[in-house]
Design a protein around this ligand. Sequence first.
Ligand SMILES: Nc1ncnc2c1ncn2[C@@H]1O[C@H](COP(=O)(O)OP(=O)(O)OP(=O)(O)O)[C@@H](O)[C@H]1O
Ligand SMILES: [Mg+2]
Length: 295
Amino acid sequence: MDSLIAPPATPEGAVTKIEFRNIQKVYRVKKENGGGYDDFVVLKDFNLDVYAGEFLTLVGPSGCGKSTLLDLLAGLIPLSGGEIRIDGRIIDGPAMDRGFVMQAYALFPWLNVQANVEFGLTIKKVPKKERRAISGHFLELVGLTAFANRYPHELSGGMKQRVAIARALAFDPEVLLMDEPFAALDAQTRETLQDELLDLWEKTGKTVVFVTHSIDEAVYLADRIAVLASNPGRLIELVNIKLSRPRQGSRGSAEFGWIRHKIWRYLQNDEGGQEPIPELGVPNVAEVIDSRAAL
Ligand SMILES: Nc1ncnc2c1ncn2[C@@H]1O[C@H](COP(=O)(O)OP(=O)(O)OP(=O)(O)O)[C@@H](O)[C@H]1O
Ligand SMILES: [Mg+2]
């Protein structure tokens, strides 16, 4: 299926929002026997451009460095090498232009649900009446209106995650970083929130970087999927998802199944793209970009 193997190209009209350039991340870890430390290379020579308004999903085996990448982009941990730019500016710490929903939902235990959702708005000095309206809207969106006065310890894991999502959305950042935000949710809530997120993304033009273990979720949401391999963590493939939107009802289609299979094969074969992927006789819906040639 040669037509699917296309040289990398910036899509027409696309503007680069986030640049990862030669990213290196090394942790010092204690040697297993005896004293001293070893350098553990988590990410090596990671290069990627994320376009403004794009929905990019990251998939890869556990431990390959997905959360590390998001933490670096959020500015929560320092780089060991390379640089990350947003709108051309090097990032050097957390800032209001990025909102995140982390893998382990971090709510403020001393604040109730409503105050957690309003946290960023309070910092931005949004007036109380407006704050209430915004938190009310997003709590309704995640189905937690009745729990506004509860505290985090009174919530289930999935509910806490939904509060974290509402908080990130209420904050209205240009760039939304999401680390497996729906992993702890039941299938139905998960699909509802996927659609709500897509709806919001389409309306607001946010740039979203979204980590997931679910290939199905990655395909359903993404404009492009970045496939990572581990040891050291690196990009092995970038896949353009050309399924038309809206995608409700698309999961059962042959095109969807074909892309899902393709991504699954990349994840199985660590080096990416070396094993031929069988032709399934469906239209050109995914375009594989060789990441090694991408930059
Ligand atoms: N503070 C740290 N010190 C040492 N090693 C770390 C630290 N944080 C993460 N690591 C290691 O870096 C690697 C990447 O971790 P990371 O959490 O980014 O993986 P991940 O791709 O998000 O995995 P998962 O899919 O399981 O969430 C792992 O091997 C992990 O053990
Ligand atoms: Mg992770």
